[in-house]
Write a protein that binds this ligand. Sequence first.
Ligand code: IMP
Length: 195
Amino acid sequence: MKLVFATHNPNKLREIQQLVPSTIQLISLDGIGCMTEIAETSNTLEGNARIKADFVTDTYQLPCFADDTGLLVDSLNGEPGVFSARYAGSKNNAEANMDKLLAKMTGQENRNAHFKTVIALNLNGETHLFEGKIDGTITTKKNGINGFGYDPIFAPNGYEQTFAELPLSVKNEISHRAQAFKKLIAYLKTINVAR
Ligand code: IMP
């Protein structure tokens, strides 16, 4: 079965391809000739994941899954949330995004936050949702060089270090994204067995 992963990122595709049953062939957006930057216009992660998956299924009549991730800070009522990538304006400027968040949290004692990933899977006329979440705290300064995005200022609960200080192997075991993808893959394995 061919299954579209709504991403333009070949590394993400390769990583997940290794984990799904071998009867499932993942294809990226580029692989189906979709060069569109699908606009993420919802105010929820679930909404944006659905928009991306639905765009592909509606336009190309193909089964598809899409993910959306955000960092939600308790004391900022869930900011930056769906705006995580573009919090400081220009898309995906990680340094500027972290600087803005740290500035907003100056003097803030409640530094609790979580990362959340939602995956929407369109398969056989149904939409299935899978979620992953990791709780932690926002540090007062950037620490570490691994990873990407907000990793230097997010310390997962149970660890002293930020995601950017922990080995990638640890992050990839416990992260929001890992948890959501584990659920997706477990589901794909069950339907694979059934067919
Ligand atoms: P996306 O939905 O995976 O593109 O994630 C949206 C944004 O959330 C990214 O541009 C990052 O700013 C942030 N983000 C997502 N996942 C992570 C992570 O694992 N670590 C740090 N930041 C992340």
